[in-house]
Design a protein around this ligand. Structure first.
Ligand SMILES: CC(C)(COP(=O)(O)OP(=O)(O)OC[C@H]1O[C@@H](n2cnc3c(N)ncnc32)[C@H](O)[C@@H]1OP(=O)(O)O)[C@@H](O)C(=O)NCCC(=O)NCCS
Length: 173
């Protein structure tokens, strides 16, 4: 699938080097529960993408620039629950591609895929409350802030609050 400036291709095992480029960067994984410093370690993440597809619990895409086919990042759905027609959306970009409006351009295409092909009624996002860049980007695409789960996680001894955002099919388009 594609947008005006980008191509989205389902993540495959052969994308391991690109995924490692992103998920080994501490600035990208700062608000994540995962970080993969080595190629060996990132195999766990590649298995996770495979499991999602095998179990029908999600799907992720790699994002490529249309002009020079450069890998920019990844986005997709996980924790998909068909009976409740809902799934969690996720998204990350390599730092070189921050501040270019890429998330703003691609997320609506992911919404379309979610609400049509995946037959979702609700798309939700869990964002660490201090992840301002992400929250700024979500608000620009009309993702609805539903509330904050205070001190929802403990990470390296720190209590982490997490915000919930969502978009319903009835609000989409
Ligand atoms: C979350 C993340 C993708 C946001 O990236 P981002 O570049 O801030 O968001 P967008 O791609 O929507 O770009 C918006 C920015 O591009 C700028 N911009 C430049 N050209 C633009 C254009 N043509 N259209 C829109 N915005 C444009 C905007 O001004 C805005 O800049 P600002 O953040 O300084 O206000 C990025 O910070 C990231 O990968 N973080 C690590 C992973 C992560 O935390 N993911 C959590 C889930 S969201």
């Amino acid at each position: 699938m594609e947008t005006k400036n980008y191509i989205l291709k389902e993540v495959e095992y052969s994308d391991i080097k690109n995924i490692h480029k992103g998920l080994s960067d501490p600035d990208i994984t700062k608000f994540y529960d995962v970080h993969f410093p080595t190629l060996e370690a990132v195999k766990e993440q590649m298995d996770w993408y495979e499991e999602l597809k095998k179990n029908g619990t999600g799907i992720w895409w790699c994002i490529y620039d249309k002009v020079d086919h450069q890998f920019c990042g990844a986005g997709g759905f996980n924790s998909l629950q068909q009976e409740h027609q809902r799934a969690e959306i996720g998204f990350w970009l390599l730092k070189d591609f921050w501040g270019k409006g890429i998330m703003k351009e691609i997320m609506p295409r992911l919404f379309e895929e979610g609400f049509t092909t995946l037959k979702l009624n609700r798309i939700e996002g869990y964002v660490v409350s201090s992840n301002i860049k992400c929250k700024n980007a979500l608000e620009k695409i009309n993702f609805c802030y539903e509330g904050t789960m205070r001190e929802f996680e403990i990470k390296n001894g720190s209590k982490i609050s997490v915000d919930i955002y969502s978009l319903l099919k009835s609000e989409w388009k």
